[in-house]
Design a protein around this ligand. Structure first.
Ligand code: AHR
Length: 341
């Protein structure tokens, strides 16, 4: 049951949010005044050991996702944060139920990696009304900025643009491209799709001849690539996969079809996982655009700042790089040795 002070706090918060929204149309930073929760005064600042944090993970569909889960769990264990973790197994309804359970438990902060962009308004409003801040981790949700404190994660649009730029260099501006999209309706799939096309407009010789949902998994990537090959055969000269897992599945399909991945079909994907490095070292993947899953420490630092009423930017983008088979096996092996995922 919600206690009195939390209920009062929540009502005040809603009012404050409305005031903030009324004063400015630039929701760039979340200030202490915007925060719903029990922002303590200087004498009672919380520490990591005081925190109870929920993390609503969307599933375990990819190597990236597993690394993200590990990062959050490891950081919580190291810092002494009490973590209440749930895995929604690729179902938005499971994520919504998990958020409601965390609200009932009156945790301090809830981190959410939203499966898809839409459908979050009601449950985020419930969290806000209960005085519990939401931090979006990894993926955007299509809600009013007043319903979450901050988004930490990658610039997916730029990842899509970078994939297209790399592809244009690899193919000298001439390609028949097939595309494996990530989970339909998810922020990374939407943005990588859009960013890729934005850059391709400048390359009339590069055509997307087919594009399907591969759900960010190895198995689906392989299945859809097999169908692409059946439909288009040797006409396919390039593949853009929205993540490495789908690219790895597609590589198997290409080999089974009798073509050489990375040679007959140029392949660019996203994430820069261990599997992608191994494929580049083997010459089967041409390039990968990094998407950093190691968000655990920063997430918990933000959670602590939020409960202590500190001001936080509305978006905290990840710093990311790109890697190429053309760097050579030796260099790639050295880089891989320094990476956690
Ligand atoms: O939201 C990040 C994306 O989700 C990663 O690119 C993908 O591998 C994961 O499943």
């Amino acid at each position: 049951m919600m206690n009195f002070s939390r209920a009062v706090c929540s009502t005040m918060t809603v009012m404050m949010c409305l005031m903030v929204a009324g004063c400015s149309n630039q929701p760039l930073a979340t200030s202490a005044a915007h925060l719903p929760s029990r922002a303590p005064d200087a004498r009672s600042k919380k520490t990591y050991q005081d925190l109870i944090v929920g993390y609503v993970q969307l599933g375990a569909e990819s190597e990236w996702r597993t690394a993200n889960t590990d990062s959050v769990k490891e950081a919580a264990a190291q810092l002494g944060v009490e973590l209440r973790f749930s895995d929604a197994q690729q179902k938005q309804e499971n994520q919504i139920s998990a958020i409601r359970a965390l609200i009932a438990q009156q945790v301090d902060v809830i981190g959410v990696a939203p499966l898809i962009e839409t459908g979050w308004d009601d449950v985020f409003k419930e969290a806000q009304d209960a005085g519990i801040p939401i931090i979006l981790v990894d993926r955007r949700a299509d809600v009013s900025p007043s319903l979450y404190v901050t988004l930490m994660g990658s610039d997916f649009l730029e990842e899509g643009r970078n994939a297209a730029r790399i592809m244009s260099t690899l193919t000298d501006g001439h390609a028949n491209i097939v595309e494996l999209q990530g989970t339909r309706g998810s922020a990374p799939a939407n943005d990588r799709y859009a960013g890729f096309r934005e850059v391709l407009k400048d390359y009339p010789g590069m055509k997307i001849i087919d594009s399907e949902d591969g759900n960010f998994t190895v198995a689906k990537g392989k299945e859809v690539m097999r169908a692409f090959l059946k439909a288009h055969g040797k006409n396919i000269t390039a593949l853009f996969a929205h993540n490495d897992d789908m690219a790895l599945g597609a590589i198997k399909a290409i080999e089974e079809y009798g073509l050489r991945p990375g040679v007959d079909i140029q392949i660019v994907s996203v994430d820069a996982t261990r599997g992608a490095f191994e494929a580049m070292i083997a010459g089967k993947l041409n390039a990968t655009v990094e998407c950093n899953p190691l968000l655990g420490p920063d997430f918990l630092e933000l959670a602590l700042k939020v409960v202590n009423g500190e001001s936080i930017p509305k978006w905290i983008p990840s710093q990311e790089s790109q890697f190429f088979a053309s760097q050579g096996a030796d260099q790639l092996k050295q880089i891989l040795a320094t990476r956690k995922y």
